[in-house]
Design a binder for this molecule. Structure first.
Ligand SMILES: Cc1cc2nc3c(=O)[nH]c(=O)nc-3n(C[C@H](O)[C@H](O)[C@H](O)COP(=O)(O)OP(=O)(O)OC[C@H]3O[C@@H](n4cnc5c(N)ncnc54)[C@H](O)[C@@H]3O)c2cc1C
Length: 593
């Protein structure tokens, strides 16, 4: 049986003291009372997650999704009711603009709320947001499509699904073979098969809106020949109500290692009626509206699952008594000490906790860039924030899920052999979070995006600016004496390694850059997390200078020092491995494997 309490105080610390969202009143939606609204929204969502969603998490893992003979899919017990209440609360559409029927919240706040859903019940969270689908329609849909589908997606009355992957087309979507043939009435007959479609079929809503990549007859080969089609499970009548079953059905629900309550479906499109969204052959560009959204979502999985793994491991470490602690003064009455008094258990807990809290700050910082890019009335600021978002999207997607997976394994170790037994529930964290490394492009694809596209944006000026921003924060923390000198030195060294790595990989030949790409990505991610710790430690110091003393501030200092003390060791390792492996992995000919 696992536990979960939403970390509202820590989220508020990040929003108020690190990102200072209340100072951005110039942005539409960042109103005077934003901090109050944030505190109450976080408390409300947090309570729902702890009371309703978390108890269903083990059920989701145990029962999974079942497929009936008619192809329909039944979600785990309790999901239908929980989804109804979740949608009624408007929590799936928090960041969808209010004039489209959503909550109109800044993304930074919506992501903060969604983190709690991912902690409480990752399978449920897979159905929980239609933001990307709505954004596609707002940007590329016709007025008729917007009228017919946005309100129900925004309210959660219907859910959206994404059909990209096919048996022979995964990372490489140029191999997509699904076809769409124009009909005389202006619709398209979609034929083909997709695999791994999350939420492709389920019983939570009476319609599911599939966004599908397919090829028109005579379309060019490659990704430039892909168009996007909206394929509803149920075709609508004149009143816009689901009326006639469309030719799209799940032929199978996958058996997965985790996320078993999320219906991952093999879909057949058999003369299904589709509606072209956007321009012919420009489907992949349109789909990136959704994919970029989901890339940030995959990072949220990493934060949410690391947090819940930490909470459970910390609670266990306090109650489990084994052996005597070597920490001076801890051996009292001769009985065994709590394992929390074992330095190695502390090491594991600090590793997980210092990742989870910095990851939360980094995710929310990234989401804030999205808000600034969408809402600022200054075109230069909008442009700069959009560039920062583009640069950091592969960094957060490529690193937070992987580092979170690592964290859940550390958390499992704290449970000893009990962590290997399914009744503790820790194994589910490991299995559930693993998926985030695959969806929306595997880690290597994120590294490829970062190295081949993102660090080259504006001839490298965007990455240079990002490094300069980090350097500015180090200098500010130094000049105000807010952060201890060892942490500052560590941050400078890590940043230096990132600079060196950026220069090296920018100049490397394509094969060497591809071989070293994941190390470069990890190095970037570790520095970005260190940057967040620097900002958190500086914020804690400001509060102390203003007279505030609390265990929460002491904890921030300790976690910052722990993370930053390791940073240069980790970054040096990635830098060395990036250079070394770029040669060694290419030395063995393919035939010798
Ligand atoms: C639980 C789950 C849910 C999913 N939901 C959806 C969904 O809703 N809709 C959807 O369309 N898809 C979905 N997917 C599919 C997911 O996006 C793909 O699995 C992913 O893009 C990888 O494709 P693939 O599995 O075919 O792996 P492949 O592309 O075959 O890759 C295999 C391995 O080869 C390597 N590799 C491949 N190409 C490169 C490259 N260019 N550079 C470096 N290494 C490379 C990587 O190591 C990779 O791990 C889901 C997947 C899972 C597991």
């Amino acid at each position: 049986m696992t536990i979960y309490t939403a970390p509202v105080a820590d989220t508020m610390f990040v929003l108020r003291h690190v990102l200072r969202i209340h100072e951005r009143k110039d942005l539409p939606g960042f109103d005077e009372d934003l901090l109050d609204v944030s505190a109450s929204a976080l408390a409300m969502v947090g309570e729902f997650c702890a009371d309703v969603l978390q108890p269903l998490n083990a059920v989701a893992d145990l029962d999974g999704c079942a497929q009936a003979a008619d192809g329909t899919v039944v979600t785990p017990p309790g999901f239908v009711d929980a989804y109804r209440r979740f949608a009624q609360g408007g929590w799936g559409g928090l960041a969808i603009p209010a004039d489209q029927g959503g909550g109109g919240m800044p993304l930074v706040l919506a992501q903060a709320c969604h983190e709690y859903v991912w902690s409480a019940n990752p399978s449920f969270a897979m159905y929980a947001s239609n933001l990307g689908h709505v954004r596609i329609l707002m940007k590329h849909g016709t007025e008729e499509q917007q009228r017919a589908y946005i309100p129900q997606l925004a309210s959660g009355e219907w859910t959206g699904a994404m059909g990209l992957t096919e048996p022979a087309a995964g990372s490489d979507l140029s191999l997509v073979r699904t076809v769409a043939t124009p009909r005389e009435d202006g619709t398209y007959a979609v034929n083909g098969g997709k695999i791994f479609t999350s939420g492709g079929e389920h019983d939570l809503t009476d319609n599911i809106i599939h966004f599908v990549l397919a090829r028109l007859p005579g379309a060019p080969e490659g990704t430039r020949g892909l168009s996007m089609f909206l394929v509803p499970k149920m075709l609508l009548d004149d009143q816009g109500r689901p009326a006639v079953r469309n030719g799209v059905a799940a032929s199978r629900v996958e058996h997965k290692m985790g996320l078993r309550g999320s219906a991952t479906c093999q879909m057949n499109y058999d003369d299904a009626t589709g509606f072209l969204v956007g321009e012919p052959h420009r489907g992949l560009a349109a789909m990136f509206v959704l994919m970029n959204e989901l890339r940030i979502t995959a990072s949220t999985v990493g934060v949410g699952v690391a947090e819940v793994a930490y909470q459970n491991a910390a609670a266990y470490a306090k109650e489990r008594h084994q052996g005597r602690s070597p920490i001076a003064g801890r051996n009292g009455d001769g009985a065994a000490d709590p394992i929390l008094e074992q330095p190695d258990v502390r090491r594991l807990l600090l590793t997980v906790g210092s990742f989870a809290e910095a990851a939360r700050a980094l995710l929310l910082w990234t989401s804030l860039q999205s808000d600034i890019a969408a809402r600022s009335d200054d075109p230069d600021e909008r442009h700069a924030a959009g560039r920062r978002l583009a640069l950091f999207t592969p960094v957060v997607k490529g690193t937070l899920p992987d580092f979170s997976f690592e964290s859940t394994v550390y958390a499992q170790l704290i449970f000893g052999g009990h962590g290997y037994m399914t009744e503790t529930g820790v194994d589910q964290f490991i299995r559930d979070v693993r998926m985030a490394a695959f969806g929306e492009g595997v880690t290597a694809i994120q590294a490829d995006d970062l190295v081949r596209r993102k660090i080259g944006i504006d001839s490298g000026r965007v990455v240079e600016q990002a490094l300069a921003d980090i350097e500015d924060d180090v200098q500010a923390a130094e000049s105000t004496g807010q952060v201890d000198s060892a942490s500052l030195m560590a941050m400078r060294t890590g940043l230096g390694h990132l600079r060196e790595a950026t220069e090296w990989i920018s100049a490397a030949d394509p094969a060497a850059a591809a071989a070293g790409g994941v190390h470069y990505l990890y190095l970037f991610g570790r520095v970005a997390l260190g940057w967040m710790w620097l900002r958190e430690a500086a914020a804690a110091a400001r509060l102390r200078a203003a007279g505030e003393q609390s265990p929460a501030l002491e904890r921030k200092d300790a976690l910052a020092r722990f993370y930053l003390s390791r940073l240069p060791i980790e970054t040096a390792r990635h830098l060395d491995l990036m250079r070394a492996e770029s040669e060694s992995v290419l030395s063995l000919p393919a035939a010798a494997f």
